[in-house]
Design a protein around this ligand. Structure first.
Ligand code: ADE
Length: 348
């Protein structure tokens, strides 16, 4: 941070922390400002678990999963001792299943080490923990003077500083500024306050500048069009992939499922049988002698491509090797859960 920035942002952390003391969101994983002031200590396991989930999804969606995980596995010891397939099934619907595998690896590594590392560098060595999560856990759980810079913080500072240059370079610069602004005595609240500001006021669309505690410091607001920031390069369209998915139901509300290979997309998760996924529809190859009918399509957007699967439904009499529908609906990743829902809800 240069001298001009230092002067310009001299009051930022006080303004932000005063606002946070009054406006903090109540979140199940959070030690709020009141409790923190009374000395309530955070549990690193819960802080970490919430951060991993929140990288993946919104606060309301993550909340359901967070509560289910912490009820079933209240401590990092419990999670480390869990069966892989139970954790994978409990993660179903959150997406990006490599995270769930890393979640388990990380819990087991912490148990092997005997304790959580309590520095950014130490945390970065653990599976699935990158610079953002390490900064967040170091600040929130261990009171380290670390910054947690994610997309929300990028947006807040891109606006505060009206950053117009090449986005990758600007992001680096902004990170340096945020790190220099973290107050030594209240790093956790500083990080949480920025999260809340980004989520509730400095929103991607229609930011509510009128009630923003930082409005007087905001260069984008002074210019008159904060929504134009951050200025990022245009995203290239995701490639499309096409395939077939087979919903083979048996008697007594059961469905044929399979365990997906450990490596690759949705690795280690429960799946429905599918064809390969390609740029054009492959020939369908049905998994048994049953008569299959085409009942529609489901779509799902993954990180690197968008998938459309044609859904086929068939029925067999034997109940062997089939999973109860309820269990499948709970454990299947979203794309398969959508196909299952279509197949069991559409008229026969
Ligand atoms: N986004 C990322 N981490 C978060 C947290 N701990 N609380 C609220 N929103 C978040």
């Amino acid at each position: 941070m240069n001298m001009d920035e230092k002067l310009h942002f001299a009051d930022l952390s006080d303004l932000l922390l005063d606002w946070y003391a009054a406006a903090a969101r109540e979140l199940p994983w959070r030690i709020g400002p009141g409790a923190r002031a009374k000395g309530v200590q955070p549990d690193p396991y819960r802080v970490w678990l919430a951060e991993i989930m929140l990288q993946q999804t919104t606060v309301p969606h993550a909340t359901r999963y967070y509560l289910a995980f912490t009820e079933r596995w209240p401590t990092v010891q419990d999670l480390a001792a869990a069966a892989d397939e139970d954790v994978m099934a409990a993660w179903a619907g959150l997406g990006y299943y490599a995270r769930a595998r890393n979640l388990l690896k990380c819990a087991r590594e912490v148990i092997a080490q005997g304790a959580w590392p309590d520095t950014v560098d130490g945390l970065c060595q653990l599976p699935g923990i990158g610079p953002y999560t390490a900064g967040a856990v170091a600040a929130l759980a261990f009171g380290r003077q670390a910054a947690a810079v994610d997309g929300n913080v990028d947006r807040v500072f891109a606006r505060l500083m009206a950053l117009k240059g090449e986005w990758k370079t600007e992001k680096e610069r902004l990170k340096g500024v945020v790190e220099a602004l973290v107050p030594a005595d209240r790093p956790a609240e500083f990080a949480e306050a920025l999260m809340d500001l980004g989520a509730t006021i400095c929103t991607p669309k229609a930011p509510n500048c009128l009630i923003c505690p930082l409005r007087e410091l905001c260069a984008a607001r002074a210019e008159g069009d904060p929504e134009r920031y951050p200025i990022k390069p245009k995203k290239t369209a995701k490639p499309m992939r096409l395939g077939h998915v087979y919903v083979l139901t048996g008697q007594n509300r059961t469905v044929l499922t399979e365990q997906r290979p450990d490596k690759g997309l949705l690795g280690g998760m429960m799946g429905l049988p599918t064809s390969d996924w390609a740029s054009e529809y492959p020939q369908p190859k049905f998994p048994s002698g049953a008569n299959f009918e085409s009942i529609g399509e489901v779509r799902h957007v993954f990180t690197h491509f968008a998938l459309t699967l044609q859904v086929w439904r068939g029925e067999v009499d034997e109940p062997q090797l089939l999973t109860p529908l309820k269990k499948a609906a709970d454990a299947l990743p979203s794309v398969f859960a959508k196909a299952l829902k279509l197949a069991v809800s559409s008229d026969r």
